[in-house]
Design a protein around this ligand. Structure first.
Ligand SMILES: Cc1ncc(COP(=O)(O)O)c(C=O)c1O
Ligand SMILES: [Zn+2]
Length: 409
């Protein structure tokens, strides 16, 4: 039987009934789903198990998700591979470097996890129309899950998002508004229009369920390692919800008796052109400040101010981690090196973490014998414009112009 959940404010600790669809706490703080972990652990001691091993998607963890797998709007998200980086690791002199490849999710990014749970819960709790401000990939994921649920999707994203994000949203039948600005401008437009239009807002951390999907990255990592955690995690930090979600997952897993007290060093990786968390970490502040003129090819990292910044910074500090930024050129170089050495074609956000890992090993912050898990959050195939600049196609003569061998002459 499903154990009841409550919603708890991350700021003032006020609790709410989880049977009502909500955005933030009255104080403005993000809400987290809280489970009766003691009861869940006790109910599963009889051998039924906490994990549904018959499922090779993230709904194998439905006992610590807010809905039953039978109610899930799912496209097969999660249970992505954890791969050793043998050749690149060897170049760094490190032997235990792993990459969790979230690019293999439906819609080509880890955003599928959060939107699967968010759309599932919005539908179960009575919403009909969904709206999202997005840096790009969350929009694509929401459009896909809304389509699968038969719900309306209203998308607001920057007009210069990767073409893949625009096209996928259109193909999934969403209503797309391209905004001359950043995700923060998109968020303002959704906030202004949502009550008049009857939209439920699915902004990251402004509803309690996307983080529940993202936390499964932490459950999966531990399960794939045989129920233990690595020494360090590198995560590309935009809104930071993946990092906060994994931090929540580790706490839950310890309460469930799945792992011990050890925590990985949580390392936030940002782009030099938009690095509010790196800056706040360096300055020792609890919150970040709005980052002006945000720009980077890693469109998912173009988040000038995150609602959950204080939770990201807290997790980094409590874990003994750090926050680091890399230039666009460094992330694209690292992504190209990863592709050429390991056969993995990753998003620039993943490339940023690869570049950061190399730097932190070289600086000694990460030991060469430590187990390091790098998150690649998206597929390189969604970033053809960025790769097109990194690998310009030189057209030479008529043959190329006509499309080469497959063009009839
Ligand atoms: C590929 C990719 N990586 C990372 C992020 C940042 O995600 P988070 O909100 O978990 O920091 C995004 C967000 O748009 C993204 O699309
Ligand atoms: Zn509150």
């Amino acid at each position: 039987m499903r154990q009841p959940t409550i919603l708890e404010c991350t700021v003032c600790k006020r609790t709410y009934d989880s049977a009502v669809l909500r955005n933030l706490c009255e104080c403005g703080g993000p809400l987290f789903v809280r489970y009766d972990l003691g009861a869940i652990a006790a109910a599963n001691r009889d051998g039924t198990g906490l994990i549904d091993r018959s499922r090779s998607d993230m709904w194998r963890y439905s006992k610590v998700l807010p809905a039953d797998a039978s109610d899930a709007i799912t496209l097969g998200e999660g249970w992505t591979p954890l791969l050793p980086l043998r050749r690149l690791g060897a170049q760094w002199g490190a032997t235990r470097v792993l990459l969790k490849d979230e690019g293999l999710n439906p819609t080509g990014s880890f955003k599928a996890r959060g939107l699967s749970v968010a759309v599932t819960m919005a539908r179960l709790l009575g919403a009909k129309k969904l709206a999202i401000p997005s840096a790009g990939n969350a929009a694509g994921a929401m459009a896909a899950y809304a389509a699968a649920a038969g719900m309306e999707a209203h998308i607001f994203m920057p007009q210069d998002v990767p073409q893949a994000n625009f096209l996928e949203c259109k193909a999934y039948g969403a209503e797309v508004t391209l905004v001359n600005g950043l995700i923060s401008d998109c968020a303002r437009l959704v906030a202004e229009r949502k009550s008049k239009e009857g939209w439920f807002e699915v902004s990251t951390l402004k509803e309690p369920y996307r983080i529940e999907g993202k936390k499964t990255m932490g459950y999966e990592l531990a399960e794939q390692l045989g129920w233990r955690v690595p020494d360090a995690i590198l995560y590309p930090c935009g809104g930071g919800v993946g990092l906060i979600g994994m931090w929540k997952a580790f706490e839950e897993m310890q309460s469930l008796g799945l792992i011990g007290a050890k925590r990985p060093k949580m390392i936030s990786v940002q782009a030099a052109g938009c690095q509010p968390i790196t800056r706040a970490f360096g300055q020792g502040t609890e919150h970040s400040e709005f980052y002006p003129d945000a720009h980077t090819v890693a469109s998912g990292l173009r988040v000038p101010k995150a609602l959950g910044d204080f939770l990201v910074l807290r997790a980094i500090r409590e874990s003994g981690g750090t926050a680091i930024s890399v230039e666009d050129e460094e992330m694209m170089d690292a992504a190209a090196e990863l592709a050429a050495n390991e056969g993995l074609f990753v998003a620039p956000e993943g490339g940023a973490c690869v570049a950061a890992a190399g730097k932190l090993i070289a600086s000694g912050f990460l030991g060469r014998d430590e187990e390091i898990a790098i998150y690649n959050t998206g597929s390189g195939s969604k970033y053809l414009e960025a790769y097109g600049i990194r690998f310009p196609r030189v057209l030479s003569g008529e043959q190329d112009k006509l499309g080469g061998l497959i063009t009839p002459r």
